[in-house]
Ligand binder design. Structure first.
Ligand SMILES: C=C(O[C@@H]1C=C(C(=O)O)C=C[C@H]1O)C(=O)O
Length: 418
């Protein structure tokens, strides 16, 4: 493993393979890298190169180093799709002041699946030919464990007080919208294999992008940015309602969400922040007039898919850096909302709500917002930190926001506890 651009170029070889079975079941023991939706995507393991960044420049350092590494790489790619050849998985802290910074990790082995194509990429960083690998399916435990204890890091009452404080500051004109989050610590009775957690999330939340990077595991419904051969897409979410598990009632709730002025206002801020951040890099940007309602097993969200055509050579990672933090996870206007978060949220977000995803040597890639996630404790396989946040506007109600945060915690809570 190397921490700076390797002295020797990366050597990467991609070959087409026949269907090796479900991607997530290929992950061997050890740190897992994954980006999977509807069974397609990428999984990786081993680590031939790690690029880290800190502070305001965490994205820039990573993006510049990756561009350099990709330019020097020796690539034999027989498949030539986005995600073939060498790739780096990455995850970045929400705040520039976070000690977590950001990391790009280049795995030794990547297996990808897209449409009817499967591929295997092997990578080395010592100038030698990559080592051949044999793929094996590992059986996963799909049933969640019993006996898990969840503890709110901050008393729910105190968090609601912070929401009340934010609402009064919004009414005082300090910001229009701010996203406040809370964290919950999960302690499981038995050590949890993160691969089981990943598989349960992917199974339960198939419309989401299930990810695992550097100990951060989750299933996000929100695509910050995807870049594929010049086409940019972003799925913006903001405006949420809990599901009741009664289909008829949920349909009525979906209709009320689509008409709720509070949620539409919250949503509008988020869409605008994305469209404005994309504009300098794109020729045409297409923003639909009104959002649709995205149905997930636990909640429904107002959603807008923004599309654009890239005008310059910006990579997916550069675009993620330009879009972060969107109003969906920070607020409007951004600098004042970020300050308000620091002042009242009362926690260190770490990599929650930061970009998580992958980039290939051409710059194509997918970067989601790290939501609905657990940060694994590096030392203790019984301990996980979970996060959930809510957009607060003048019309918000603290008790409803607390309930919304609980609904957003459900995916990870359900994967960690029966
Ligand atoms: C902040 C979170 O979710 C974000 C906030 C939303 C909202 O306030 O309605 C909806 C989706 C996400 O953009 C989270 O899940 O932790």
């Amino acid at each position: 493993m190397t921490t700076a651009p390797a002295l020797a170029p990366l050597v990467a070889r991609t070959v087409a393979i026949s269907d090796p079975g479900p991607l997530l079941a290929l992950l061997p023991p050890g740190p897992s890298l994954a980006w999977v939706r509807h069974g397609e995507g990428l999984v990786g393991w081993g680590e031939v190169l790690r690029v880290t960044g800190h502070g305001e420049s965490r994205f820039d350092t990573a993006a510049r180093t990756w561009a350099e590494v990709a330019k020097r790489a020796v690539i034999r790619d027989e498949v030539r799709l986005p995600g073939t050849g060498p790739v780096a998985f990455g995850s970045f802290a929400f705040s520039p002041s976070s000690p977590d910074g950001g990391a790009l990790i280049v795995p030794e082995v990547v297996v990808g699946h897209r449409g009817g194509t499967w591929w295997l990429t092997t990578i080395s960083a010592d100038g030698a030919l990559p080592t051949p690998v044999t793929l094996t399916q590992h059986e996963r435990i799909m049933q969640s464990p019993e006996g898990t204890v969840f503890t709110s890091a901050r008393e729910p009452r105190e968090w609601m007080d912070a929401v009340t404080e934010a609402i009064s500051r919004i009414k005082g004109g300090e910001v229009e919208k701010v996203v406040l989050a809370r964290d919950v610590v999960a302690r499981t009775a038995e050590p949890v294999d993160p691969r089981d957690l990943i598989s349960r999330l992917a199974n339960g939340y198939q419309n989401c992008w299930t990810y695992s990077v550097d100990g951060l595991v989750g299933a996000t419904p929100e695509m910050l940015v995807k870049l594929e051969r010049g086409l940019v897409t972003s799925r913006v979410l903001a405006g949420t309602i809990r599901r009741t598990q009664n289909d008829e009632q949920d349909l009525a709730l979906a209709a009320s969400l689509a008409r709720s002025s509070k949620d539409l206002e919250e949503h509008e801020y988020a869409v605008r922040s994305v469209a404005e951040a994309l504009a300098p890099h794109c020729t045409t940007t297409n923003v639909p007039d009104s959002p649709f309602v995205l149905h997930l097993p636990n909640v429904m969200h107002l959603a807008t898919d923004v599309t654009a055509v890239l005008a310059d050579g910006t990579t997916s990672l550069d675009l993620a850096a330009a879009l972060h933090p969107s109003a969906a996870v920070c607020g409007t206007p951004t600098p004042a909302a970020a300050k308000l978060i620091e002042a009242v949220e009362g926690m260190e977000r770490g990599r929650y709500a930061g970009p998580v995803g992958w980039v290939d040597a051409a710059g194509d890639g997918e970067w989601g917002i790290a939501l609905r996630c657990a940060q694994l404790d590096a030392e203790d396989p019984h301990r996980f930190r979970l996060f959930a946040g809510c957009g607060i506007v003048a019309g918000s109600d603290p008790a409803s926001e607390l309930a919304e945060s609980e609904a957003k915690l459900l995916p990870v809570k359900g994967a960690l506890s029966r």
